[in-house]
Design a protein around this ligand. Structure first.
Ligand SMILES: *[C@@H]1O[C@H](CO)[C@@H](O)[C@H](O)[C@H]1NC(C)=O
Ligand SMILES: *[C@@H]1O[C@H](CO)[C@@H](O)[C@H](O)[C@H]1NC(C)=O
Ligand SMILES: *[C@@H]1O[C@H](CO)[C@@H](O)[C@H](O)[C@H]1NC(C)=O
Ligand SMILES: *[C@@H]1O[C@H](CO)[C@@H](O)[C@H](O)[C@H]1NC(C)=O
Length: 430
């Protein structure tokens, strides 16, 4: 009897190790939930939009399909999500004001130094307005049209909408990214992970939305995981291209406040570019402002690059390029064939969690591997998304939304929801 118990205990422990349930290199544990796969439910329509919702009742994510010109798409967003947009905007400026006031004590990690000065002298509203002035000439008109539509559809003043959209220029978000393809993945297709680590207290979390844009004024159909009232892209996928982003803390060059907001530039990649080369050309030729890492995947070449993106330099990393530049290759960040990855820490990173899981799963990496990695590496507190290029699907997870749930549950500990982009990209407006 004793022996049987003993043996089954050994088997149990063995099975945990075998299933990847324990990883000595990682601080966290795999995401405990199965993927939510039920179909989204249509909740409202307007002249240029359809609003769906998906997920269990305590983990609802909106899926907003918008059609037409930039203005019409913005208007549909504002009118179909008016209540949610109001809710996010009502708390957002208070939140960033507090963030700035508490800067030194609590939020120093989230704001770049060059802005601290300006904010201290002039206040957050002035800093956002100045950012709007300095980026205006480098921002394509369609973004202004869409923000105007959003303002008119929701009833929020245009100036306030513009201010909120200047906010990403002021932040530093930690984040992780991975691209794996070919011999690294179970089906040889490209799989991309984007985990956004940015203060989950941000009121943005109240109303997460996957916006599927169907432009009639140029460009591809594309999707962004964002928040009600925000049209920039921090996380997004068009099947042709997909992007990830992370703040580049160790950048030692100069920055500029004058140029294209990075979250607009990344969105234009999704809307207009069909390959990594197109996206790199866009990046090389842009007036760049902040220093970030960008992750670029594309179905045309079925691979992925990481990019050091900054005002002064652009450097591109594939699976053969030691990362980051100028540092001796860190033991914790080995080159892995057909995998490019950056963990949530300041680079170069001494944390072996990502590399150990990716090496162990090499050849068998699938959607679940990435979902587990978010939990194991405790990355993606505000949201996380996996893009499966082969099946044309997105899997998203978001932080707990209900303000009364304290502490906030980070996205990497919540259930991932399947978003059927094969369906939504193809859906016409009828
Ligand atoms: C549906 O959307 C329209 C705007 O197009 C809005 O006026 C209406 O209140 C919405 N209905 C519901 C039930 O949210
Ligand atoms: C940063 O530092 C390296 C040397 O460590 C230098 O070669 C490089 O030009 C610097 N500037 C930028 C913008 O990378
Ligand atoms: C990439 O995706 C687009 C959009 O679905 C499709 O038209 C194209 O054929 C795909 N390219 C490759 C090489 O799979
Ligand atoms: C896409 O739409 C077309 C025409 O509406 C339809 O025939 C086709 O089955 C759709 N494909 C998917 C994957 O839904």
């Amino acid at each position: 009897m004793k022996i049987v118990i003993y043996l089954s205990a050994i088997l149990f422990i063995f099975s945990i190790f075998y299933s990847g349930g324990v990883n000595a290199q990682c601080s966290g544990s795999p995401n405990p939930y199965p993927i939510y796969t039920e179909a989204a439910v249509l909740v409202n329509t307007s002249s240029h939009g359809k609003l769906y919702v998906t997920g269990p009742s305590d983990n609802l994510v909106n899926i907003l399909n918008v059609y037409g010109t930039a203005y019409q798409r913005g208007f549909a967003h504002g009118s179909l999500m008016k209540a949610q947009v109001d809710n996010v905007y009502a708390d957002f400026f208070g939140f960033i004001t507090e963030m700035v006031n508490e800067l030194v004590k609590k939020y120093a990690d989230y704001l770049p130094l060059e802005f601290v000065d300006l904010i201290e002298k002039a206040g957050i509203g002035a800093a956002l307005d100045l950012t709007a002035v300095l980026t205006k000439d480098f921002t394509p008109q369609h973004f202004f049209d869409e923000m105007q539509g959003l303002a008119d559809g929701s009833g929020i003043p245009y100036k306030t909408v513009l201010r909120l959209h200047m906010f990403p220029e002021l932040i530093k978000a930690a984040c992780s990214m991975i691209g794996a393809w070919g011999g690294a993945t179970a089906n040889s297709g490209l799989l991309q992970l984007r985990a956004l680590d940015f203060n989950p207290e941000a009121p943005l979390r109240y109303h997460p939305v996957v916006i599927v844009s169907h432009p009639t004024d140029g460009g591809n159909t594309f999707s962004s995981l964002a928040w009600a009232g925000f049209i920039g892209t921090m996380t997004g996928y068009s099947q042709r291209t997909a992007i990830c982003e992370k703040y580049w803390f160790a950048y030692n060059g100069t920055s500029s406040r004058s140029g294209t907001p990075w979250h607009f530039l990344l969105r234009d990649i999704l809307q207009y570019d069909s390959s990594i080369d197109d996206a790199l050309n866009r990046i090389y030729n842009a007036h760049r402002t902040c220093s970030i890492y960008v992750g670029l995947g594309s179905n045309t070449t079925n691979d992925f690059r990481a990019v050091e993106y900054s005002h002064q330099v652009v450097r591109v990393f594939d699976d053969q390029t030691p990362f980051p530049a100028f540092a001796p290759q860190p033991a914790a960040h080995p080159l892995i064939p057909e995998v490019v990855y950056i963990d949530k820490h300041v680079q170069p990173s001494n944390d072996a969690c990502l590399s150990s899981v990716l090496q162990k799963q090499h050849g068998a990496i699938n959607v679940q591997t990435y979902i587990d990695i978010t939990g194991l590496a405790e990355t993606g507190d505000l949201h996380a998304a996996v893009y499966d290029f082969t099946a044309n699907q997105m899997y998203v997870s978001v932080a707990s939304q209900d303000p009364s749930v304290i502490p906030i549950i980070p996205a990497y500990q919540r259930q991932f929801l399947q978003i059927d982009l094969e369906y939504f990209f193809n859906e016409s407006f009828e």
